[in-house]
Design a binder for this molecule. Structure first.
Ligand code: GLU
Length: 481
């Protein structure tokens, strides 16, 4: 059996889309499951839209996600170069082979002529396809046109009355009639091959056994198969994976929020969470458990468990998955990971002034409230802003006996060195004042922070320190008076 070898072949015309990341991941999972290989090829023949920055960003995004490959633009390999614009000479030879065999021909039609042809077909209600006008030019006619300086494109002569059948590993048997396609361009007049041509040459020369890609390329497959046959190449297996839809079941677009991997990275979603979440976009594991390590996913990943129906991108689910992975992080790890986000916070200077111990407490106090890392800045007000009294807090401060609580706290407050000491201290107050815990906690929290909810009070007290607590209590007392 041919060794399993897959490829991911992005066009560097924008950041890596969630759908692209999912295709790359499925290739990686499929290959890893059977100890196969993966190639990373850059399809940059769209000269106007391709950018090196996007290429770098795509590669970085994939590496961040945890996808590894053995051959590609960065590290090279024996089937390189891996950037299509560096392979033009290779494509030229195969274009020539088709020309020599009479399976392709020069086409001198201009854009205007082609457009006119299209309009006519449209007006007559005919199928829109190339008329074949240049398909039977004589050698002399060709020479004359070339001498006149017209640069031809090259068209593939589509065989008539053929049916092409693909046993797609996800979609099942799909068939296409060749008559639906007019002779199509394989190389443009500037010599650059089109996607359908370059992809075939590359997949063959790079030894690709399985082409796993987005469903939108299913319609390109018949043209590619025609080229495999014309060049006497063995075909790879094909697997077209379904679209990703937004929660409203429309094709995922900017309307649905972030669509590129790098946006999720910037928001502070963890790569292992996205790896897990993206794997579940179309693939279903055998058991109930959905939080799975890369090794577990690889072990269970087969294409017969990949759905034919579209996958729905559910942000709530991603949030949930991310939280599961955040929970696995130690405080120390999280403390480091949150730093870049906190340095963007409006309280960056206050946070920098905290000692390591206080900073650790800050992280511990907020960690369970985070959906993603960037969320952390939303939770900083309570620590660093002057208390803004919510209505509920004001009501809590109007209750009977509140002054005794605040005064008692104020008069006996020591400098704590652990949250548990603050906790014990408040417990002792409860006992001494013979009150319900709530009737001590609530006024204290309200007075100190202006809110009735928030991080655990002992953590707040430690992070503020004794002086700041006294200042806050005094403000509250003055306010009540
Ligand atoms: N360059 C194509 C794309 O980005 C790749 C299609 C394929 O995998 O054949 O969609």
């Amino acid at each position: 059996m041919k060794k399993c070898k897959v490829r991911f072949a992005p066009s560097p015309t924008g950041p890596l889309h969630i759908g692209g990341a999912r295709s790359a991941l499925f290739n990686y999972l499929f290959a890893s499951h059977q100890n196969g290989e993966m190639v990373m090829r850059i399809e940059d023949t769209d000269l106007e839209r391709s950018r090196r920055e996007y290429e770098d960003e795509i590669i970085e995004s994939l590496q961040w996600l945890g996808i590894k490959w053995g051959e590609g633009v960065a590290q090279g390999g024996e089937n390189g170069p891996y950037r299509q614009t560096e392979r033009l000479e290779i494509y030229r030879q195969y274009v020539q082979e088709l020309l020599d065999k009479g399976m392709a021909y020069y086409c001198f039609c201009t854009q205007e002529e082609l457009e006119m042809e299209r309009q006519e077909q449209l007006a007559n209600g005919n199928m829109q396809r190339y008329s074949g006008k240049c398909s039977d030019l004589s050698d002399q006619e060709i020479e004359e046109r070339i001498e006149a300086g017209i640069k031809p494109s090259i068209r593939f002569r589509v065989p008539q009355n053929q049916i092409y059948v693909v046993d797609d590993l996800v979609r099942g048997r799909v068939s296409f009639e060749s008559d639906n396609s007019g002779d199509f361009i394989i190389a443009k007049s500037d010599g650059i091959p089109v996607y359908n041509f370059a992809v075939v040459i590359d997949d063959v020369l790079m030894g690709i056994s399985h082409v796993i890609r987005a469903e939108e390329h299913l319609s390109n497959t018949p043209r590619q198969i025609m080229l495999y046959e014309a060049l006497n190449f063995a075909r790879p297996e094909f697997a077209h994976i379904s679209l990703i839809l937004g929660s409203d079941r429309q094709k995922m677009s900017k309307r649905h929020g972030a669509t590129s991997l790098v946006q999720y990275r910037e928001m502070g979603y963890l790569p292992e969470a996205l790896f897990n979440f993206l794997a579940l976009l179309g693939w279903s594991p055998q058991g109930e458990e959905e939080i799975l390590s890369p090794e577990e996913i690889i072990k269970g990943f087969t294409l017969d468990r990949v759905a034919k129906s579209p996958a729905v991108f559910d942000l709530d689910k991603l949030n949930w998955v991310n939280q599961q992975y955040l929970k696995k992080k130690s405080n120390g790890e999280l403390a480091e990971m949150l730093k870049p986000y906190l340095s963007e916070s409006e309280y960056a200077d206050d946070i920098k002034r905290l000692n390591d111990f206080q900073y650790g407490l800050l992280v511990e106090a907020v960690r369970d409230h985070l959906v993603c890392l960037s969320d952390v800045t939303r939770h900083m007000d309570v620590f660093f802003r002057e208390a803004v009294y919510e209505e509920e807090a004001l009501r809590a401060l109007e209750e009977e006996g509140v002054m005794t609580v605040l005064q008692g706290f104020r008069d006996e407050l020591p400098q704590f060195s652990e949250p548990v000491e603050a906790k014990e201290f408040i417990k002792a107050m409860v006992k001494k004042l013979k009150l319900k815990p709530k009737n001590v906690y609530m006024p204290l929290r309200s007075a100190l922070s202006g809110q009735t909810h928030g991080p655990e009070l002992p953590f707040l007290i430690l992070i503020w320190g004794r002086e700041e607590c006294l200042r806050r209590i005094d403000n509250a007392i003055a306010r009540i008076r």
